[in-house]
Design a protein around this ligand. Structure first.
Ligand code: G3H
Ligand code: 13P
Ligand code: ZN
Length: 313
């Protein structure tokens, strides 16, 4: 069943768990995510970035998600646009009728313009029964089309939150409290800790659903697995300095009010690692299903772990 964020996030915040928001780019990732959520009976947010839409096309990804929702009629699935930066794309997504939710990411603008742009998208989306996530304080990091340098990044100003939420009427707010997009979130030697004091202040100010982006943990086991094959692939440098958000920090953030947790990087690592493993250990096939089947299973395993970590009950 397709629902919007308001059907799943307020309950999550009240019960101190978070709903996982997972980025999909293809059939196998989508199936891995849905299989995990269905197995655990947990609500799930399936999101597509601008990059995913460029890669696979909105129609194809929407068709996959709609079939998943028809197949799992009792499972609450939110179909969400992740980091809609261009208003024209967000409008196209809203008007497509396929999505139940969008994110307008106008965090690169000044406070007033962020409010103005977000408010307009909220009006359009609410008129169609869709929910809107907004971002206040650009979150650092680099991932294809989502790219914010350290100079541009800024932590969310808790003083601004109340006015932003009241004036935009958004349904969920992405906060910048020390996470970053991509595999390298912290430089070596830096403590990977979140600004939980700031999160506590924000949560005390507003009841709105709070979102943690850049929340991949880049678990040691996943990186080790990837490194087992990367020496043979000759590109160990790619994830050499990867440091994610420790799982204990994610749990604390959820306890303090985060109810949507975004994960993409960990999915990429799990998927790629399974593909590499298969290619390097078995060269006897030309059937792509033998290559992508194990990657789909790896995604499912990862998502099951994430849902459990996020504390669904
Ligand atoms: O938040 C960023 C997402 O992980 C999107 O990444 O633009 O490479 O698809 P992408
Ligand atoms: P990661 O890069 O930490 O997986 O974050 C993904 C994200 O925030 C998508 O919006
Ligand atoms: Zn993000």
């Amino acid at each position: 069943m397709l629902v919007n964020l308001n059907k799943v996030l307020p309950r999550a915040r009240a019960h101190k768990y978070a709903v996982g928001a997972f980025n999909i780019n293809n059939l196998e990732i989508a199936q891995g995510v849905v299989a995990a959520a269905a197995k655990l009976g947990a609500p799930v947010i399936i999101q597509t970035s601008e990059g995913a839409l460029e890669y696979a096309g909105m129609e194809y990804l929407a068709a996959i998600v709609h079939i998943a929702a028809e197949t799992h009629k009792k499972l609450p699935i939110v179909f969400h646009l992740d980091h809609g930066k261009e208003e024209s794309l967000v409008e196209r997504t809203i008007k497509s009728g396929w999505y139940t939710s969008v994110m307008i990411d106008a965090s690169r603008y000044d406070f007033k313009k962020n409010i103005k742009v977000t408010r307009r998208i909220v009006e359009l989306a609410h008129a169609r029964g869709m929910s809107v996530e907004a971002e206040l304080g650009p979150i650092m990091g680099q991932e294809d089309l989502v790219n914010v340098s350290q100079k541009e990044a800024a932590f969310t100003d808790s003083e601004e939150v109340k006015r932003f939420v009241a004036e935009t009427k958004c349904d969920a707010l992405a906060v910048s409290i020390g996470t970053a997009h991509g595999a390298v979130k912290y430089v070596a030697g830096e403590q990977p800790v979140l600004d939980l004091k700031r999160l506590k202040e924000i949560a005390a100010i507003t009841k709105i659903s709070l979102v943690l982006h850049g929340a991949s943990s880049v678990p040691h086991a996943l990186i080790t697995e990837l490194h087992q094959s990367c020496s043979r692939m000759g590109d160990c440098g790619r994830v050499h300095d990867a440091i994610g958000v420790p799982e204990a920090q994610i749990k604390k953030a959820i306890a303090l009010g985060i109810s949507k947790v975004n994960v993409d990087t960990d999915i990429r690592i799990a998927f790629t690692s399974a593909v590499r493993e298969k290619l390097l250990t078995d060269s006897s096939f030309i059937d792509p299903r033998k290559l992508l089947g194990p990657a789909r299973d790896a995604v499912q395993q990862l998502i099951e772990k994430k849902i459990k970590l996020f504390g669904f009950r």
